[in-house]
Each structure stands twice: as C-alpha cells, then as structure tokens.
Write a protein that binds this ligand. Structure first.
Ligand code: NAP
Length: 339
C-alpha cells in the first residue's frame, strides 16, 4: 500500500471515470493517499488511469454490493469519500430503468449508509447532475431550483441527491451534492456527445479504417464518411472536467456541508460543437454530420444554464476554459489517439 504518513486519505468510488481520474491526479498533487475503486472485469482496459497505477491504491467494489463498499470504509477509514460511480449515460437509462435505479439511485445510499455505520466522520461528495432539473423552463438554475427530472437517469440522481441531503440533516454528516452541469475532456467516455463528435472528426480526418462503435453498436463513421447524430439544436452548458473536480475537492474543504451548482452559465448547441470540431481540422461539418431520429432521446431536457454564484462566493471557484478551447483540445487528443 502506498501510504504517506499524516497525509489525508481519500476514497474515490469509480476512479476509472473521467472525473475520478482527474480527481485522483488533483489529490495526489495535494499529497493525499488515494484509494480508487474499480469494478471487477475480465478485460482490463483502464485508459483513464493507466498513468495512476503504482501511485494510488486500487480496490474492487461495486455499487450494487453494500458489503464491498462497507469493507473499504472499515479498512481505510478515509477522511473523504467521493462517489463518482453511476450508470452515467442518460440515453441508456430508458433501456435500463431498473439497473439505472439500482446503481445511480440506490448505489449512493449504500455509500452513505456504509459511512454512517462505520466511519461517520468522513466527508462525502455525491455526484449529482443538472439532469435533475430536466423539464424546468427557466434560463438558469441554482441550488434552490425545483427538480423536474424527466428521464430514468435524472430521476435516480434526484433521489440520490435528496438522500445525500437527508443523511446530512438526519445524522449531521458532512455530505455534499455537487450539481454539475455537463463537463467534458479528452478522457470523456465515447458514449457521450462531445467525444462522439471529436472522435468522429479524428476518424474522418485520419481516414481511420476501423472506427470505434457508436451508442447503437455500429461503426462511428458510416462507409460513406458520415457521423450520425441526434438533434443538433439541443443546447447544453458545457465545461472542462479538470476544472470541475477542483470544485468537488473545495466542497469537502468548506467549513459547512452544502450543495453547489457547478457550471459555466453559458450554452452552446450540438451544432456549435460540430462546427468548432470540424473547423479545427479544416473540414465543414455540413459535409459529414447527419441528424437522424434514431439518435434522438425519447424526451429531451430543456435548455438551461447553471448559475454557479454560490460556488464562486463560498468556494472561490469559477470556470476558466472557453467552450471553443475545450473542443479543440479534445479534437487534438483524438487526432493522436485515432491514427
Ligand atoms: P463516467 O466516465 O461515465 O464513469 C462512470 C463510472 O462509474 C466508471 O468508473 C464506471 O466503472 C463506474 N461504475 C458504473 N457502474 C458501477 C457499479 N455498479 N459499481 C461501481 N462502479 C460503477 O463518469 P463521469 O462522466 O466522470 O461522471 C462522474 C459522475 O458524475 C457520474 O456519477 C456521473 O453520473 C456524474 N455526472 C457527470 C456529468 C458529466 O457531464 N460528466 C455531469 C453531472 C454528473 P467502469 O469503468 O467499470 O465502467
């Protein structure tokens, strides 16, 4: 075990996630002892955390299994617990409503309960999402905005968020819900729209013969060189994951536990995303992107910006990188990855 005496100990549940890997990088810089959990898998593909092996302690746990979480809480007695694991793909949640509820909704309760029973002093971060506001018709949302989730993922996350608040208020535990709006990076999963576009651009530009699969299990690029997308008019508030994990850390250093919205308070369409990504390699997205009903969600969430005033005032956090810079750095990373 890699232990620095007197250093703080953090347990990151879901360290292979985009956010988990950046959070581990950040906490190592701050001299934490980091324990990161993976799910057991017969195939070991951990691109996001390859660079972390040997620097953090890896443990195996599954949000479906209370004992696998409780065992780690008893064994490590962490100062901080970050729950980043989830069935995290909203589009998949319609096909997997039970599974999404079990992992994304009940999973966090297993974490809260393990901490309550075995190490209630630990500070907890729960990964909430803007999807809890789903159908809200408003320009922007803050921590007081009413929830109106309209897909199984958002509804499961709303339940987990309220349970986090319930444990904070009922048991006086230091538990925070970070209501994060979309955040992307070169480590984002390929199932998410930003990486779908940046990987698509790289595969088209580099004429990749065997592109990765899209969310329908088909090659990302069709034989005639097209990238199949859903509704291009959909709007999101998109930020950079590396900056967002700093907010998670800051929440757990604050004197009182609270929920915080983390966002950029700006919005762009998927069409903007496509335009910037293709422009960056000298291509016109109109020649390559097709919008097809097969990739529309059954119900869309309403356009919404995130008002991060509380995080700015109390944590001194604010976003720095622009949307355009973010998309360009993702395209650059994918051009290197897909040769
Ligand atoms: P991600 O890359 O999609 O990773 C999800 C993680 O959950 C992976 O490490 C996955 O492990 C793990 N996982 C899935 N099922 C599990 C289970 N049953 N037991 C244990 N681990 C399990 O996630 P992300 O984008 O970094 O997001 C981190 C968290 O923030 C998620 O909870 C997500 O829902 C939430 N969130 C994300 C955004 C965003 O825009 N990125 C916005 C708001 C909230 P494998 O590697 O084995 O699949």
């Amino acid at each position: 075990m890699y232990v620095t005496t007197m250093a703080k100990k953090a347990l990151i549940i879901g360290v292979s996630s985009q956010d988990g890997s950046y959070l581990a990088d950040l906490l190592l810089e701050k001299n934490y002892n980091v324990i990161g959990t993976l799910r057991r898998s017969t195939h070991q593909t951990y691109e996001n955390i390859d660079h972390l092996f040997g620097k953090i302690n890896i443990e195996f746990a599954d949000l479906l299994d209370f004992e696998s979480i409780a065992r780690l809480v008893r064994k490590h007695k962490p100062d901080e617990v970050y729950n980043l694991a989830a069935q995290s793909v909203p589009a998949d949640s319609w096909n997997m409503p039970f599974y999404t509820g079990e992992i994304t909704g009940l999973g966090p309760v297993r974490v809260l309960e393990a901490v309550r029973q075995f190490h209630p002093e630990a500070r907890i971060y729960q990964a909430t999402t803007r999807e809890i506001f789903g159908n809200i018709q408003a320009e922007s949302a803050n921590e007081e905005t009413r929830f109106d989730a309209n897909n199984p993922y958002g509804i499961a996350k709303a339940y987990a968020h309220m349970m986090t608040r319930c444990y904070r208020e009922s048991y006086d535990m230091f538990a925070c819900g970070g209501i994060l709006f979309n955040h992307e990076s070169e480590r984002r999963g390929l199932m998410f729209v930003s990486r779908k576009v940046t990987a698509g651009v790289a595969c088209i530009k580099n004429k990749v013969k065997k592109p990765p699969l899209n969310e329908a299990g088909e090659p990302l690029i069709t034989p005639d060189g097209k990238l199949q997308m859903g509704d291009l008019t959909t709007k999101r508030d998109w930020g950079y994951a590396k900056e967002y994990v700093e907010a998670m850390y800051l929440m757990l250093q604050h004197k009182t536990p609270m929920d915080y919205v983390i966002a950029t308070n700006t919005m762009n369409t998927i069409e903007d995303l496509c335009r910037i990504a293709f422009d960056h390699v000298g291509l016109d997205y109109k020649d390559h992107v097709v919008s097809t009903k097969n990739f529309f969600r059954p119900t869309e969430i309403k356009p919404l910006k995130g008002d991060y005033s509380r995080a700015k005032k109390e944590l001194g956090w604010e976003p720095k990188i622009s949307f355009e810079e973010l998309i360009k750095l993702m395209v650059d990373a994918d051009l290197k990855r897909f040769k």
